[in-house]
Write a protein of this length. Structure first.
Length: 616
């Protein structure tokens, strides 16, 4: 996991650095052409032509053509950002025997930057390292503007400096015509210095190519980030509107189902698969046995090869109607299927070994099965260990994410997941789909989709509350969410041919809001950082704050809808800044792994024994 975080951080830093470099390189302020200047002693009979600025796609080609026609060689002090923009012109300079030195990286009065950037640009364009740096114009001897004055001031011991403008080719003609017999050579040759060019080092070339890419493609990156940010904003707004619009519809539908199944209270078999759940298993089993359900409730605990004494602990409790079945470790689906085979009743409740029930949870979760066509029911999973900021963040995620999604999908009639923590099933429905499949890491999503595809209704009952322990550290959370995300992708792919509401709405909802939105959401964060701190666009922070306010209000609505206090809401902005980044990384890694077809093993999460009914 640490490697993934490092990779994400390095990638983010490189992206922001590229955008910052692009912003600096392309923000060229207007400037006045530098006047021609004359200075520096040279060898007798020679004239050193020195051109400052560019390469300019309008003027430099004409100037090079003029020099070639006159068979003259010159020295060019180029601007680094212009080299990145027009590398072909610099390559032509070198190929035609001209000498190249470097000046500021960016033209203009505020364009001075470490000449190393300009040298890197030259190295990338020509594979040449130059020892020439542009002198400070203030140190030159004479400043003149009239071309005739340039000729008059030029003698056998002078260097002629010109700026690359439209008039430069004419000045070259004038100098060549007025000074016949003079040799026009590069600056190093005229002053008797060693050659300015050498082969660029590999590292300098690589740096130059990277900076050139950032400058040339930065605009495209900004455009892509803008488009992706717009898509994210639209999807987030659509999800919020959908949530607000359908949550009440879901409540109305539940009331209708409740009327139909008010007196439905069948005998129930509760299946508890358990692998190394000694921390919570006693609390789980006791809470089920203490159920106020009026009919028989049997409990089948399947000890799936535990090495911590889970099965022994349950047996030592000596509770009535509780059986322990021990088997070699075969995975959760196999443990569930073993428990289902041992269960005596038609109505089955499947429960994780770290989940605690309220006294009426069993009655609440099985009651909707009394309605016609209902084959499975999802309960309401609540975070038990919600103390501390990390626990509150997961509590908000469950309420404003998973449970609110269930409200929406229940209203749409395409609920794709009955959580492993609590779900009620008709045995007939499970038998029809072949029981719990081990094809994916999200066996709960897989079996739910299969039941829906078989024609059964799958509904959500928020009154059936089950309190589960969530990971207390980043590593445990990452492992758990990675398994969930990867398993969801597997289930979506397995059931991609689904028809009806599950195919039209359920899979589309998962694709848009559980795949596309998390994948693209980082683009919005990067775009905001770019706008606010790099591109001098503080309005980006205002837009992001409005976006955050909308999400916070939606989370508050979800808490109220779930009968929860609004007190944890103050941690929501912090969750969006820090916690959300982990979910992005999980989705990206899961999708990449799924596309590569890499098998992923079940990853268990350590337990602390904190599962209990929390005080809300």
């Amino acid at each position: 996991m640490r490697a993934h975080w490092v990779s994400l951080l390095v990638g983010l830093v490189l992206l922001l650095a590229a955008l910052a470099f692009h912003a600096h390189a392309t923000a060229v302020p207007p400037k006045s052409p530098r006047p021609a200047t004359v200075a520096e002693p040279v060898a007798d009979g020679t004239v050193a032509l020195v051109f400052h600025g560019g390469p300019d796609p309008r003027y430099t080609p004409k100037l090079l053509d003029k020099l070639a026609s006159r068979r003259l060689r010159a020295t060019f002090f180029v601007v680094g950002s212009a080299v990145n923009a027009n590398p072909g012109l610099v390559r032509r300079m070198v190929a035609e025997g001209h000498e190249v030195g470097v000046g500021a990286f960016r033209a203009g009065p505020d364009g001075a930057l470490d000449p190393a950037f300009s040298r890197a640009a030259l190295a990338a364009a020509t594979n040449v390292h130059t020892g020439l740096s542009e002198p400070d114009p203030d140190t030159l001897d004479v400043t003149v503007r009239d071309p005739l004055a340039i000729v008059a001031a030029t003698d056998a011991r002078r260097v002629v400096r010109l700026h690359v403008t439209s008039s430069a080719p004419g000045v070259v003609d004038l100098l060549a015509d007025r000074m016949p017999g003079r040799r026009f050579v590069p600056l190093s040759e005229a002053t008797g210095r060693a050659g300015a060019h050498a082969e660029a080092a590999f590292g300098q070339r690589i740096t130059g190519h990277a900076l050139a890419f950032a400058q040339r493609q930065g605009g495209t990156i900004v455009l892509v980030l803008g488009v992706l940010s717009g898509i994210v904003a639209v999807l987030a707004l659509l999800r919020t509107v959908t949530q607000l619009g359908l949550a009440h519809t879901s409540r109305r539908l539940r009331r209708q189902d409740a009327v139909v199944g008010t007196d439905y209270a069948p005998a129930v078999s509760v299946i508890v698969p358990a692998y190394n759940e000694v921390a919570n298993i006693a609390a789980t089993v006791r809470s089920i046995v203490a159920s106020e359900h009026p009919a028989e409730v049997e409990v089948v605990v399947v000890d799936d090869g535990s090495t911590d004494g889970t099965g022994d602990l349950v047996a030592e409790l000596g509770l009535p109607d509780v059986r322990v079945h021990r088997q070699p470790n075969a995975g959760k689906p196999a443990a569930l299927n073993a428990g289902i085979a041992l269960a005596r009743h038609e109505v089955l409740v499947l429960v994780d070994g770290d989940t605690v029930f309220e006294p009426d949870t069993v009655s609440q979760v099985v009651r909707p099965l009394g309605a016609a066509g209902v084959g499975a029911v999802s309960g309401n999973v609540k975070v038990a260990n919600r103390r501390g900021v990390f626990g509150r963040w997961q509590h908000l995620e469950y309420c404003a994410g998973s449970n609110l999604d269930r409200q929406i999908l229940n209203a749409l009639g395409c609920l794709p997941t009955i959580p492993g923590a609590i779900g009620a099933f008709r045995r007939t429905a499970l038998d029809e789909v072949g029981g719990i499949s081990a094809d994916t890491l999200a066996e709960d999503t897989d079996v739910t989709m299969a039941i829906a595809r078989a024609g059964w209704r799958v509904v959500y009952e928020p009154g059936a509350r089950a309190w589960t322990e969530v990971p207390t550290g980043v590593r445990g959370l990452y492992k758990q969410r990675y398994r969930w995300s990867y398993g969801t992708f597997q289930s979506m792919w397995k059931h991609r041919a689904a028809r009806g509401r599950m195919g039209r709405l359920g899979l589309a909802y998962l694709l848009l809001f559980h795949v596309v939105l998390p994948l693209l959401a980082p683009a919005l964060d990067v775009f905001v950082v770019y706008g606010a701190f790099i591109a001098d666009a503080p309005w980006a922070l205002v837009v992001w704050a409005g976006f955050l306010l909308m999400q916070t209000l939606s989370a508050g609505y979800a808490l109220r809808l779930d009968g929860e206090s609004l007190k944890p809401l103050w941690t929501f902005p912090l969750q969006q800044l820090a916690y959300r980044q982990l979910t992005y990384l999980v989705v990206v890694k899961s999708l990449v792994t799924a596309l590569h077809g890499t098998p992923v093993r079940w990853q268990s999460v350590g337990r602390t024994g904190l599962a209990e009914v929390a005080t809300r």
